[in-house]
Design a protein around this ligand. Structure first.
Ligand SMILES: O=c1ccn([C@@H]2O[C@H](COP(=O)(O)OP(=O)(O)O[C@H]3O[C@@H](CO)[C@H](O)[C@H]3O)[C@@H](O)[C@H]2O)c(=O)[nH]1
Ligand SMILES: [Mn+2]
Length: 341
C-alpha cells in the first residue's frame, strides 16, 4: 500500500475532555499519522487511546512543566488548549479535529477522507487576489473562467484549509437556541479561496494548516476557566491568521472536506461562554478590518508581534482583558521560539 500523503510531515492534533473512541472510525485514514493529543480538564483522568495509534499525549501538568511561568498563555477548560499541540509538533503541517467529529459520506455514499482533501487543498495554490467564479480552478474538471487575468493564474501558496461539517452546524448559542433541530444536510462540492481583505469565522473542529507558514499565528487565545469568554478561541485565531495571510500573500481556503459533527453542545452553557463575544465582536471585527501591518513585518513572527501590540492599543478600551490577551500573544510567540529554536 503506498504511504498516504505527507505521512511523515503532518501531525493530527486532538483536544479532548471526553473520549477518543471517535478515532475508531478514522482508523483507516489516520492510523499511519502521528497524533498529538491535548488532554484538557483533570490531568489525573485516564484517557484511553485506541490500540495501534502512534501518539504523544499532553495534560495540564505537562503543559505547566514544559512552559513553566508562561503556561498561563495556554487556556484551561476550553478547546483552545489544542494550540499547545501546534507548538510542540515538529512537522510542517497540522490537521486538528474535535473528538465528536466522525467520517462523513459524500453524495455517492463514499466515506470522505477529510485528511486527504485537506492535504490536497494545502498543496495546491490559492487565488486570494481575484475570485474564480467556478470555485477551485485547480480541481479536476474546473479551471479559470474567461476574464481571469493570466498574470494571476499561478496563484499564491495556501496556508489554511478550513473544512465544514454535516449534521450539527457550528452555530453560535443564540442561533442554536432558536433552531435546535436544524441540521446541515447540504453537501456543497466546492473549495473556495477566501478573498484577500475579507475576514471569516474560522472553526477549529475540522482545520488544517501549514505550520511553518502560519503556525505562530494560530494562537487560540485566553479562553475558558478564569477568562471572560469562551468559544471564540478559533475565531480569534482566524481573525489574526487571515490578517497575516493577507499581508504575507498566503491563501486561506474553505469548503471541502466535510466531517460529520455529532454532538450539539449545550446552547445555554455556550451562551454563558459566548455572550461577551457576541457584542465584543462588533468592535473587534472593524478593528481587524482597519488594522494595517507594516512593510517591515515580513514573516509570521514579526506580523504576530506587531498585531499583539495593536490589539493592546486598539482593543484595550473594550476591556482590560485585551491587554492580557496581548500579553498572552507575546508569551505564546516566546514559547513557540523556545520550543522551535
Ligand atoms: O473544556 C473543553 C471543552 C471541549 N474540549 C474539546 O474541544 C472540542 C470541541 O468541544 P465541543 O465539541 O464540545 O465543542 P462544540 O460546541 O462542538 O464546538 C466548539 O468547539 C470549538 C471548535 O472546535 C469551537 O469553540 C466551537 O465550534 C472537543 O474535542 C472537546 O473534547 C476541551 O478540550 N475542553
Ligand atoms: Mn462538537
Amino acid at each position: 500500500m503506498p504511504s498516504p500523503p505527507l505521512v511523515d510531515n503532518l501531525d493530527i492534533v486532538i483536544p479532548t475532555i471526553r473520549s477518543l473512541a471517535f478515532l475508531e472510525q478514522w482508523r483507516p485514514f489516520f492510523i499511519k499519522y502521528h497524533l498529538i493529543i491535548i488532554q484538557d480538564g483533570d490531568p489525573t483522568a485516564k484517557i484511553e487511546v485506541p490500540e495501534g495509534f502512534d501518539y504523544e499525549l499532553y495534560n495540564r501538568n505537562d503543559i505547566e512543566r514544559i512552559l513553566g511561568d508562561k503556561a498561563w498563555c495556554i487556556s484551561f477548560k476550553d478547546s483552545a488548549c489544542r494550540c499547545f499541540g501546534y507548538m510542540v509538533s515538529k512537522k510542517r503541517y497540522i490537521y486538528t479535529i474535535d473528538d465528536d467529529c466522525f467520517v462523513a459520506k459524500d453524495p455517492s455514499g463514499e466515506d470522505i477522507n477529510a485528511l486527504e482533501q485537506h492535504i490536497k487543498n494545502l498543496l495546491c495554490a490559492s487565488t486570494p487576489d481575484f475570485f474564480n467564479t467556478l470555485y477551485d480552478p485547480y480541481a479536476p474538471g474546473s479551471d479559470f473562467v474567461r476574464g481571469y487575468p493570466f498574470s494571476m493564474r499561478e496563484g499564491k501558496p495556501t496556508a489554511v484549509s478550513h473544512g465544514l461539517w454535516l449534521n450539527i452546524p457550528d452555530y453560535d448559542a443564540p442561533t442554536q437556541m432558536v433552531k435546535p433541530a436544524e441540521r446541515n444536510t447540504r453537501y456543497v462540492d466546492a473549495v473556495m479561496t477566501i478573498p484577500k481583505g475579507t475576514l471569516f469565522p474560522m472553526c477549529g473542529m475540522n482545520l488544517a494548516f501549514d505550520r511553518t507558514a502560519i503556525g505562530p499565528a494560530m494562537y487560540f487565545g485566553l479562553m475558558g476557566e478564569g477568562q471572560p469568554w469562551g468559544r471564540y478561541d478559533d475565531m480569534w485565531a482566524g481573525w489574526c491568521v487571515k490578517k497575516i495571510c493577507d499581508h504575507l500573500d498566503l491563501g486561506v481556503k474553505t469548503g471541502l472536506p466535510y466531517i460529520w459533527h455529532s454532538k450539539a453542545s449545550n446552547p445555554f452553557v455556550n451562551l454563558r461562554k459566548e455572550y461577551k463575544g457576541i457584542f465584543w465582536q462588533e468592535e473587534i471585527i472593524p478593528f481587524f478590518q482597519q488594522a494595517t501591518l507594516s512593510a517591515d513585518s515580513k514573516d509570521v513572527f514579526s506580523c504576530y508581534t506587531e498585531l499583539a501590540e495593536k490589539v493592546r492599543e486598539g482593543l484595550g478600551h473594550l476591556d482590560p482583558y485585551f491587554s492580557k490577551l496581548a500579553d498572552g500573544m507575546i508569551a505564546w510567540v516566546e514559547c513557540w521560539k523556545q520550543l522551535n529554536p
